[in-house]
Design a protein around this ligand. Structure first.
Ligand code: ADP
Ligand code: MG
Length: 364
């Protein structure tokens, strides 16, 4: 068998943070930045893994349970085999222009590129949304159960189902995925991503703490998930922390709907206000922001952004700002200057134009 090449995008979440594992709503888009993998099947079960982004290569079988970056690849193989697919060993060479650990989901890009290449190798129909959904589910399990990062399903779902020019409204209550037009260019706007270069680690416990607090708040309110909770009843929660966690999740779901409404109305000022209030909620109620993210958001807001918020799991990573295209250079200069004044490393910037889902590039 010959080599198969597949790629999958990183993503940025426009709004709806820590809602996916709470049966809630979010609105991510695929980035133009992608992870690409070249898979060459082997006649035995051995995986031989190299990445242009990592010094360490890895060789072994899935049962060896590698740590580090190889776990993301071995995890996908493990989960697809659990689903009954006859996945052979392979050589995999990975390369990516998605920044790693920046809250832009290089992990899902890696998992989904590998899953898509395997699907191509096995002859699965990638035109079939059901196939894509099952691949996304296997990638989510790989990250949760095999790697051990307790993330929700947003990243892999958008990597497998994104549509160019659109954000994707994901509803984790009914698993629907609805493309929402994102006509930024015709509105003269740029979705500017500020990578603070503060590395976040999803396996260090803070993300899992928020997941547990959300579940505890749902239990205290007597509902299966916070999606089913009534905002009016939150004040009944005696525990101040749980009350604030629940308030973030419930109001964030409402803000996702408000953002979708603003996009439909092409009301960019309103969209900006919704982004701003999302940041306040994450900073004060969910407590997942940090000094660098707050500085990036506040500086962007003060220098021409219509709105800004931290994005991704939090505790570092990236912020996103809605900026008139004529003001992008000014916002970037101001954010870099503010970071310099605070003796922080200069952030990296990228413009998020909504890209395409995972796809086969060659072979398969
Ligand atoms: P994010 O998904 O926000 O970038 P994560 O902590 O979830 O951050 O995932 C980053 C990890 O995923 C990296 O530390 C590495 O183990 C793995 N990874 C992602 N992209 C690559 C790549 N191109 N090559 C090797 N490993 C990668
Ligand atoms: Mg990730």
């Amino acid at each position: 068998m010959s080599a198969v090449v597949a790629s999958a995008p990183g993503r940025v979440n426009l709004i709806g943070e820590h809602t996916d594992y709470n049966g809630g709503l979010c609105l991510p888009l695929a980035l133009p930045q992608r992870t690409r993998v070249t898979l060459t099947p082997r006649t035995d079960a051995t995986l031989q893994l190299t990445s242009a982004q990592e010094d360490d290569s890895w060789q072994g079988v899935v049962e060896d349970r590698p740590g580090g970056w190889a776990a993301y690849v071995a995890g996908v193989v493990h989960e697809l085999r659990e689903d009954g697919h006859d996945v052979p060993g392979f050589e995999a060479a990975v390369d990516s222009d998605v920044p790693l650990g920046a809250g832009l989901s290089s992990s899902a890009a890696l998992e989904c590129s590998v899953a898509t290449a395997i699907a191509g190798m096995l002859g699965l129909d990638l035109e079939d949304r059901g196939v894509r959904r099952r691949l996304a589910t296997a990638c989510i399990r790989a990250e949760n159960d095999y790697v051990g990062a307790p993330t929700g399903g947003m990243d892999q779902t958008v990597a497998m189902l994104a549509r160019p020019g659109h954000a994707l409204l994901l509803d984790f209550a009914d698993d629907s995925a609805t493309p929402v037009e994102l006509p930024l260019e015709e509105a003269g706007l740029v979705l500017l991503v500020v990578d603070t270069r503060v590395s976040h680690a999803l396996t260090d416990g803070s993300y899992g703490d928020r997941r547990e607090e959300s579940a505890a708040a749902a239990r205290a309110l007597g509902v299966p998930s916070l999606r089913n909770a009534d905002l009016g009843r939150i004040e009944e929660l005696d525990d101040d922390v749980l009350r604030r966690r629940a308030r973030h999740v419930l109001t964030e779901n409402l803000r996702v709907l408000a953002a979708v409404g603003a996009l439909g109305d092409r009301d960019w000022d309103e969209l900006g206000r919704v982004l701003d209030s999302s940041h306040v909620s994450m900073r004060d109620d969910f407590e997942i922001s940090c000094r660098e993210l707050d500085l990036a958001v506040e500086t962007a807001q003060a220098t021409g952004a219509l709105g800004a918020r931290m994005t991704g799991g939090g505790f570092g990573g990236s912020a996103v700002a809605l900026v008139p295209s004529g003001s992008v250079a000014r916002v970037e200069a101001a954010v870099s200057a503010a970071f310099g004044d605070a003796s922080l490393a200069t952030p990296a910037y990228l413009e998020a134009t909504p890209g395409a889902a995972a796809r086969l590039e060659a072979g398969g």
